[in-house]
Design a protein around this ligand. Sequence first.
Ligand SMILES: *[C@@H]1O[C@H](CO)[C@@H](O)[C@H](O)[C@H]1NC(C)=O
Ligand SMILES: *[C@@H]1O[C@H](CO)[C@@H](O)[C@H](O)[C@H]1NC(C)=O
Ligand SMILES: CC(=O)N[C@H]1CO[C@H](CO)[C@@H](O)[C@@H]1O
Length: 455
Amino acid sequence: MLRASLLAAICAAGLPAWAAVPMWGQCGGMTYTGDTVCATGTTCVYLNEWFSQCILDAPTSTLPSTSSRPTSVASSSVAASSTASASSPSSTGFVTVSGQKFMLDGEEFTVVGENAYWIGLFDYGVADVDKAYQDIVNAGSTVVRTLGFNDVTPADIAEYPVYYQSWSNGTGTINLGPNGLQNFDQVVARAKAHGLRLLVTLTNNWSDYGGMDVYVQQILGSTYHDLFYTDPQVIAAFKKYINGFVSRYVDEPTILAWELANEPRCAGSTGVTTGNCTNPTITQWIAEISAYIKSIDPNHLVGVGDEGFINDPGNPSYPYQYVEGTLGIDFEANLQIPTIDFGTFHMYPESWGQTNDPSAVGWGNQWITDHAAMGRSAGKPVIMEEFGVTIADQALTYAEWYDTVISTGLAGDLIWQAGSHLSGGDTPNDGYAEYPDGDVYPIIQQHAAALKARG
Ligand SMILES: *[C@@H]1O[C@H](CO)[C@@H](O)[C@H](O)[C@H]1NC(C)=O
Ligand SMILES: *[C@@H]1O[C@H](CO)[C@@H](O)[C@H](O)[C@H]1NC(C)=O
Ligand SMILES: CC(=O)N[C@H]1CO[C@H](CO)[C@@H](O)[C@@H]1O
């Protein structure tokens, strides 16, 4: 039903009904009844039982060799450096993937680190940004995951010292100023100076910091969260934002990868959906948006940023069940998409009600093991890019989970979340922040060393 309506929308957008399927369009799938002939220069590629897609004959997902790429940065303000003493070498060369490994200049690159969503959201000065990065480097991290968005409207613009897109009367405008992309330039430049790489998420399923619901409300005046994935005007607006943000850093190797969204689901914070969102809805959206990013930025890896829910109807454990219309994520199907370079998953056994054993340790070990196995099947790296517990003993639990990451061959992990004591006070603590003087910090350090040694 959905795919038919999407096709109708594509046709309404001006393509003649008799035309071959355009690049990135759908050309096959179990319940698909439309055209199966791809436009000249593209080929119909099977993604999963629900979805085949017209892909460029010379796929843009094939990354150029790192040695042939310039290592200069995108804008002069990014190049501006560098007052801080950074012990690590600067980030040069683009990270690529090969089988289940991340690679840099012909050698394995270990993805290990922390989330720091806040680093580009507040007007921290350079000294505090450097302090935060140094704490992250000292933990042994190679990668920081952060947000590449903050959507504001006239109603809440005053609350945010930094924002990347302002919305008014249905139109989003990228903020190029010192409290906009120039601030992100600094986030990138300081990461580069510390030898860190950034995993950057381009919107949010949750209503924090704008995200999907702002697009839908502004453009359509609607509260149906899932129209973000299907409405042509909304998709065009998201692509416009991606173009403005991603293009700026195309030549910047400090970006490890772009992620489409933080924790995309059919249902948003409002819980209101059209009732038309199914697993293939988001899979199709991922295929389209990831291909779009590759078309404007062939240098960088692309991932989803999802929680890694598994499509196994009947499984007694909720995150494994296909919950029609609410979760909408099929980890295995999404990993098959050619323009998705690596798999992502999150792990919050407490919030997901998976606390059969007191610490949720056992459930977590299985969740890691199952995603590692799916990465092996797909022949792509998989990272656990957010995880945490609060009520259980964090140090003991994380030590166990880290052992499981090592033993299962999972490509890497990023804990939620980094913490630092800065000049104006501590970075945000949602119960998960790990400061350098806390008891978890040494566990993170030991794990980073062990993962680098494992390779
Ligand atoms: C939005 O629309 C209102 C009412 O038409 C108008 O007063 C306002 O100037 C518009 N804002 C922008 C930024 O275009
Ligand atoms: C759900 O899909 C059906 C069939 O395309 C459509 O008629 C209906 O309007 C959709 N519902 C909403 C709320 O958009
Ligand atoms: C993503 C988002 O807005 N957060 C929502 C993500 O989806 C789940 C499922 O509906 C919601 O509960 C969250 O509020």
